[in-house]
Design a protein around this ligand. Structure first.
Ligand SMILES: *Cc1c(COP(=O)(O)O)cnc(C)c1O
Length: 403
């Protein structure tokens, strides 16, 4: 039974209300023709993902296929440099090189339980497309990935990976030929194939229940951190947790089990591109206003008449004109602090981590690292930073820009 007060409540950080709201943000703003698909998910997702046999299969794949738990690594040299105790949560060591696989496995298993044999996804940089294509190969499911024509040109290695994995990559030729057009194509496909198809969204964005569902799949990150930190320091709680935010799924995952611990300071880092006010940035909380993007109400970079502004970041994974509704709520309520890092700051931080620890981070994760320069850290403070992915995919950019 859902009580009246719960029905009307404003949702908590970890749990939106039944309409999918976190405070003033969230909901499900979808065309009538998608109602059935989204409603089927909403009615079933909690029961399915907390079913014992689902959890067994999910956890077993995370362990034996992805390689979880990912290490929590005390980074001694970078700690000395910043006079603090810095722990890196090594999502870069996951199979396929980032945190996205945690969600892809969860959603594809869920689709299986709902009897869907065909998986669709949209992708910008291709990381989410590769994770989804990987899991579809593993499960023997048909996979169709929509991708803007421009992104197909820019991200050739990931397109090749998806095709080798057996996925069909469909070029989105409309509009700016990037992520938002790929999303439109995916939605159109889903409307036309409601019975056999599941749409895998790659971040804590989209209509309810996606943000909550993706946050729950990624929450494995902070579940592990609490245990690992306890084993290494005798306390489950750090002073600070830091993560980069594109849509916000790695941040949601590493924040999740600390959201109700007021002593833990949460720091989200957005991409400032060439500078917040340069006109080439993706710093949504600095520039955005309330609007509807991809099916939910959140903060969106838009013009006064509601046209989405084309974002810019050197890192493809942060090049998104919005943030998920949980993050909009964390920002508005002040529960999390939002910082930003420019392209150049991220590049410098990537080089610094590489030289001090022998770890080449993804450009996205390098934005989180850049926040270390902006925080007043003390040597008795424990900081956990989400190293969301590895830098192999960014080597081209690093070689061109770092001299
Ligand atoms: C996609 C991606 C991100 C950004 O997505 P979030 O949903 O904000 O986590 C961050 N880091 C890496 C390595 C990525 O591939």
């Amino acid at each position: 039974m859902i009580s009246k007060s719960f029905r009307l409540n404003k949702g908590t950080y970890t749990q939106p209300n039944i309409f999918g709201y976190y405070g003033n943000f969230g909901g499900a703003f979808i065309p009538e023709m998608l109602h059935r698909n989204v409603e089927e998910l909403r009615e079933n997702y909690i029961n399915i993902i907390y079913d014992h046999s689902f959890q067994e299969e999910y956890k077993s794949l995370l362990k034996n296929y992805v390689g979880r738990p990912s290490p929590l690594y005390f980074a001694k040299r970078i700690s000395a440099h910043y006079r603090s105790k810095i722990y890196l949560k090594r999502e870069d060591l996951n199979h396929t090189g980032a945190h996205k696989i945690n969600n892809a496995i969860g959603q594809v298993l869920l689709a299986n339980r709902l009897g869907k044999r065909r998986i669709i996804a949209e992708t910008g940089a291709g990381q989410h497309g590769v994770a989804t294509a990987t899991v579809c190969a593993l499960m023997g499911l048909e996979c169709v990935v929509f991708m803007g024509v421009k992104d197909i040109e820019r991200q050739a290695p990931n397109v090749a990976r998806m095709r080798m994995l057996g996925a069909t990559v469909v070029p989105a030729t409309s509009g700016s030929q990037t992520l938002k057009d790929a999303t439109n194509e995916a939605i159109r496909d889903w409307i036309n194939n409601p019975d056999d198809t599941h749409y895998v969204i790659g971040s804590v964005v989209g209509p309810h229940p996606y943000p909550d569902m993706v946050a729950r799949f990624q929450s494995i990150i902070s579940e592990e951190v609490r245990q690992q930190l306890f084993e290494q320091t005798g306390s489950e709680l750090p002073n600070l947790v830091v993560a980069c935010v594109g849509g916000g799924s790695n941040a949601a995952g590493i924040f999740y089990h600390f959201l109700d611990e007021p002593s833990v300071e949460l720091v989200a880092v957005e991409a400032a591109g060439l500078g917040i006010r340069s006109g080439k940035s993706a710093a949504t909380t600095k520039l955005g206003t309330t609007g509807i993007l991809h099916g939910s109400k959140s903060l969106v970079m838009q013009t006064e008449d509601g046209q989405v502004v084309e974002p810019h970041s050197i890192s493809a994974g942060l090049d998104y004109p919005g943030i998920g509704p949980m993050h909009a709520h964390l920002f508005e309520s002040g529960r999390a602090k939002f910082l930003s890092a420019t392209d150049d700051e991220a590049l410098q931080s990537a080089l610094e981590l590489t030289r001090l620890e022998g770890i080449i981070p993804a450009l996205e994760s390098a934005h989180a690292l850049a926040a270390l320069n902006q925080l007043q850290l003390r040597d008795d403070q424990v900081l956990v930073l989400c190293l969301s992915g590895r830098g192999d995919k960014d080597l081209d950019t690093y070689m061109k820009t770092l001299k």
